[in-house]
Design a protein around this ligand. Structure first.
Ligand code: DGL
Length: 275
C-alpha cells in the first residue's frame, strides 16, 4: 500500500480556499495540500485547451507530491479540464489516483431546493460557455429549467480586493438583473464560482428575498465526506493529522495577505515554479 498523503485541493487562485474552508470544517482530521495557480489566474476567460493544459500541469504537480486524491475546487477547471483528465490522462498517468470536481456534487442536489423548477447559475464566462451546468443538471433533474449568467467582472473584483466597494454593487446588480430578466421564475441561484462566496452578502442584498442563494463549499464538503465513506480504499490513502500546506505559483507575500479573506484564518504559503 502506498504511503498516505494529503488531499490535494486546486484552484486557479484564491477561490478554492472557500471550498477548502468548508472541507476542513467537515473533515478536520485529514491533511490538505492547497495549490493556487495565481501566476496564471484568472482562468475564466481562457480557452478550453489553455485551461486544460494548466490544470493538467497542476494535477501532475499534486501527483509528484504524492497526493492520491485531488479536488479541483474551481468551476472553470472542473468544466473545461476534469472530464479529459479523468478519461484521457488518468488511465495512463496514474490509474489508481482520483481527481474530482465541484460541478457534479452541486448538480446532484440543486433540484431539491427549487419549487418553481427554474434555477439560475452565476459563473465565469468559461463555465457558462462550457454548458457543463445545464448538461449535468439535466441528467439528475430533467424537469429543471437552467438559466445562466456570466459575470466576468466578479473574479477581478474579488482578486483586487474591491468586492466590498460600490463597483461590486454595480456589477452584481447588473448581472442579477440580467439573470432574472431571462428567468423571472427563478427561485434558486447557485454561485458556481468558488470566488463568489466573498460577494455573498452583496448578492443576497440585491436578490429578492424569496430566491434562495446557494454557495458550493458545504455542498462539496458533504459530497467529499460521502465519497470517502463509499470509497474506503481511497480514504485509507489520505493522511490524517490536521496539517494544511499552501502553495502558490506567484508571490507568497501577496498570497498570504489575500488568502486570509478566503480561508478565514492566517495562511503561510510556499512558492512553486511549474516551469
Ligand atoms: N474560482 C474559479 C471558478 O470557480 C474561477 C476563477 C478564475 O476565473 O480563474 O471558476
Amino acid at each position: 500500500m502506498p504511503a498516505k498523503q494529503p488531499i490535494g485541493v486546486f484552484d486557479s487562485g484564491y477561490g478554492g480556499l472557500t471550498v477548502l474552508r468548508s472541507i476542513v470544517n467537515k473533515l478536520p482530521q485529514y491533511d490538505y495540500l492547497y495549490l493556487g495557480d495565481n501566476a496564471r489566474a484568472p482562468y475564466g476567460n481562457r480557452s478550453f485547451d489553455t485551461v486544460y493544459q494548466y490544470t493538467l500541469q497542476c494535477v501532475k504537480w499534486f501527483f509528484d507530491q504524492g497526493c492520491h486524491l485531488v479536488i479541483l475546487a474551481c468551476n472553470t477547471a472542473s468544466a473545461k479540464a476534469l472530464r479529459t483528465i479523468q478519461q484521457q490522462d488518468l488511465p495512463t498517468l496514474a490509474p489508481h489516483k482520483r481527481v474530482l470536481g465541484v460541478i457534479r456534487p452541486t448538480t446532484e442536489i440543486i433540484g431539491h431546493y427549487s419549487e418553481t423548477r427554474n434555477v439560475g447559475v452565476l459563473a465565469t464566462n468559461g463555465t457558462v460557455v462550457s454548458q457543463s451546468y445545464p448538461v449535468e443538471i439535466s441528467k439528475f433533474f430533467p424537469d429543471l429549467k437552467v438559466f445562466q449568467e456570466a459575470c466576468p467582472m466578479w473574479v477581478p473584483l474579488v482578486e483586487n480586493n474591491e468586492h466590498e466597494g460600490h463597483g461590486a454593487d454595480f456589477f452584481i446588480k447588473k448581472n442579477l438583473h440580467e439573470l432574472l430578466n431571462k428567468g423571472p421564475m427563478i427561485d434558486v441561484v447557485l454561485l458556481a464560482c468558488t470566488h463568489y462566496p466573498l460577494l455573498y452578502d452583496k448578492i443576497r442584498d440585491h436578490l429578492p428575498i424569496a430566491v434562495k442563494l446557494l454557495s458550493q463549499g458545504e455542498i462539496v464538503a458533504t459530497s467529499l465526506a460521502d465519497y470517502l465513506g463509499r470509497h474506503p480504499e481511497i480514504a485509507a490513502q489520505c493522511s490524517e493529522g490536521g496539517e494544511r500546506q499552501f502553495y502558490t505559483t506567484d508571490s507568497t507575500t501577496e498570497f498570504d495577505s489575500q488568502a486570509t479573506r478566503f480561508f478565514g484564518e492566517p495562511v503561510r504559503s510556499l512558492s512553486v515554479n511549474l516551469g
